[in-house]
Design a protein around this ligand. Structure first.
Ligand code: PMP
Length: 300
């Protein structure tokens, strides 16, 4: 935090922090050679994640005050100080310091909390194929000309919280947003991909989605490594219903298959074969087992 490694309980801030003005990133480091086991850690997609953090700061008028290299060294330092040897989630957070001007602040907190997570990935992981029944939210995705959805700011997650709470109240496991034009947008914390007649289809960045690092990498390797065509285009709620398979993708959600939306099941088989093939290849990339994708990994 702000240049030193410190215990979470000592990382204290003022009660007057302008908390709604913060930005952050969500990044994961996986154990090389075994997605589920112990060993050396590699950060997935460090460069696009840190570039997005810099873009988020520019759009929202925050100054990070450290170089990208210093952020990487701080992340490595915090992982080592914790002695982590298992998969970890890294969440750099930046916000204006209380009392330094708010919208034109002169000082900013830069904090990099790191904690362990349990992956859904890895062959035969029992969490992967758990039933997940989703619903199309009555809350629309915030329009990107109201709050920029390509910025990873905490304010955007107030929209996600409304949709998640509504889904839970209605007895579903999660929500899918439509955008302000009525086209399918994304999940509450992940992008959406569907499979129809052997083609993967995902909404474009203009559908008020966060420009997801995972989505970008998936689009690349699904076509190039697996030979499955990908279409990036708008689609409607009814075309979502017609999908043979659907899954969420993102740092947190990794590749998360969905069973149904609005009580309409996707296809015959769950999890679907293409979703499973994508998840398995993704976990091999994360384990450092795909030579051509090793450049996506940054050793801790
Ligand atoms: N959309 C939203 C709203 C998210 O919160 C996330 C998670 N960061 C994603 C998509 C996926 O983005 P990424 O692959 O960069 O984690």
């Amino acid at each position: 935090m702000n240049g030193s490694v410190m215990k979470t309980e000592e990382a204290l801030v003022s009660a007057m922090e302008p908390i709604y003005l913060g930005i952050f990133e969500g990044i994961k480091a996986y154990v090389g050679g075994d997605v589920l086991g112990e060993g050396g850690l590699n950060i997935f997609g460090w460069v696009p994640h840190i570039d997005r953090l810099w873009r988020s700061a520019a759009v929202t008028g925050l100054e990070i005050g450290y170089s990208k290299e210093e952020m990487l060294e701080a992340t490595r330092g915090a992982i080592k100080a914790n002695g982590f040897k298992t998969n970890v989630y890294i969440q750099p957070r930046i916000w204006p310091k209380a009392g330094t001007g708010r919208y034109h602040a002169s000082e900013f907190h830069v904090v990099i909390p790191i904690w362990k997570f349990d992956t859904l990935l890895g062959k035969d992981n029992s969490r992967f194929g758990v039933e997940r029944r989703y619903v199309v939210s009555s809350w629309r995705r915030i329009a990107s000309d109201a709050l920029p959805t390509q910025v990873k700011s905490w304010a955007n997650y107030a929209n996600s919280a409304l949709a998640t709470r509504e889904a839970a109240r209605l007895g579903y496991d999660g929500a899918i947003f439509l955008d302000n034009r009525g086209f399918v947008s994304e999940g509450t914390g992940a992008c959406l991909m569907t499979v129809r007649n052997g083609t993967v289809i995902t909404p474009p960045v203009t559908a008020s989605i966060l420009e997801s690092v995972t989505r970008g990498r998936l689009i690349e390797f699904i076509e190039e490594d697996l030979g499955i065509p990908v279409e990036v285009r708008d689609f409607t709620r009814v075309e979502l219903y017609a999908a043979d398979e659907a899954f969420l993708c993102g740092t947190g959600y990794e590749v998360t298959p969905l069973t149904s939306v609005d009580d309409i099941n996707f296809g015959e088989e769950y999890p679907g074969p293409i979703t499973t093939a994508i998840a398995e290849h993704y976990s091999k990339i994360l384990e450092g087992k795909v030579d051509t994708r090793k450049s996506w990994l940054t050793p801790v």
